[in-house]
Design a protein. Structure first.
Length: 350
């Protein structure tokens, strides 16, 4: 899939990038354009090529084919290779990669070795103040919490004022409660600085909530790219749909532009009569009917999952129970009879 912006608006362009490791193709004809100041999230299962793509952009690994352009200038490809330190691209690693023998200030200063002493100190003081690290200045990495280490690593990556910041799973080592808050603060800071960000994550929720654009990868290729709403509300295939949400899945046969199922028929444009299909229904789209209409069903399980409650329902025409997820608390028990409504929203046919 080629995702392009006009050259004049694309700070970074990847054109037909391939990367191989022996018989394994890690990146297979990747084309992508990233605008200045844009936050792009690369998401996908382990081994899909996300981190390999970051390494090619950073210059750590050369592409086996294709070109990388920064502001229209080739930095990797047939015409030459610009070394990582000359690209003005920052890289924040998953494990932060802080030097254990250096304190916080010296870790941050490490990225400014080419500047004179006064310029280095001024840059360092600015970023330390911006990230509120003054009280940690003389501490060593082993004396810091996970969140503090993350902020120091961010400061070290930002102090050279990179045009692009690459982030490889930057929040995955943090506890869940801490991770959400630090992610919001970090992305807000990067947006305020106007930094172009390409962030790798395996967390669908993190990708959807963080990126201006989400790029879903699979087996070295881009499956779909767009806003989080595009991928969630308009998945291009079953893989995209299931990556971002669990579904109830029903076998169906198509006729007259509709998929026929025991729960009713659903629009299936483009499917030929008699063509088999699968209907995907989001658990949060299903509703229990307060009236006498709907499909007869029996409660087979109820589970409180914090903010939501999950109910499993047996419908006589289906071999597997259906799952409903809702923030509404229902006074239901196993064995209760109820009725089910299936709206068209949140239903996909593949």
């Amino acid at each position: 899939m080629n995702i392009q912006l006009p050259l004049s608006h694309a700070g970074l362009e990847l054109r037909g990038i391939c990367r191989r490791f022996g018989a394994v193709t890690a990146l297979d004809d990747i084309s992508l354009a990233v605008a200045p100041g844009e936050v792009v999230c690369l998401v996908g299962q382990s081994g899909c090529g996300k981190s390999s793509l970051l390494r090619v952009i950073a210059g750590i690994d050369p592409p086996d084919a294709g070109r990388v352009l920064l502001d229209g200038r080739e930095i990797a490809g047939p015409d030459g290779h610009v070394e990582p330190e000359a690209r003005n691209i920052g890289f924040m690693f998953q494990d932060y990669a802080l030097f254990p023998h250096l304190n916080v200030i010296d870790n941050i200063l490490f990225g400014l070795r080419r500047l004179d002493r006064d310029a280095r100190r001024q840059r360092c003081d600015e970023i330390v103040g911006r990230l509120g690290l003054e009280h940690l200045a003389q501490r060593f990495p082993h004396m810091l919490s996970g969140g503090e280490q993350q902020r120091v690593a961010l400061a070290r990556a930002l102090v050279p004022q990179p045009r692009i910041l690459l982030m490889d799973e930057p929040f995955s080592n943090l506890d869940r409660g801490l991770r959400d808050g630090i992610r919001l603060e970090t992305i807000a800071l990067l947006r305020d600085l106007g930094t172009t960000v390409i962030m790798v994550t395996h967390d669908p929720e993190e990708a959807l909530s963080t990126g201006d654009r989400v790029v879903l990868m699979r087996a070295g290729r881009i499956v779909q790219a767009g806003s989080g709403r595009d991928l969630y509300d308009r998945p291009s295939n079953a893989y995209v749909a299931e990556f971002f949400c669990t579904f109830n899945k029903l076998p169906a046969s198509c006729r007259d532009g509709f998929a026929q199922t025991p729960l009713g028929r659903f629009q299936a444009p483009g499917f030929a009569d008699g063509q088999p299909a699968t209907v995907y229904i989001r658990p949060q789209s299903l509703r229990l009917s307060p009236e006498d209409d709907g499909i007869d069903c029996t409660v087979v399980d109820c589970a409180l999952m914090g903010e939501i409650e999950q109910i499993k329902l047996h419908v006589s025409a289906l071999p597997e129970p259906l799952r409903i997820r809702s923030t509404e608390r229902r006074s239901l028990s196993v064995g209760d009879k109820t009725r089910l409504l299936v709206p068209q929203e949140g239903v996909f046919v593949f």
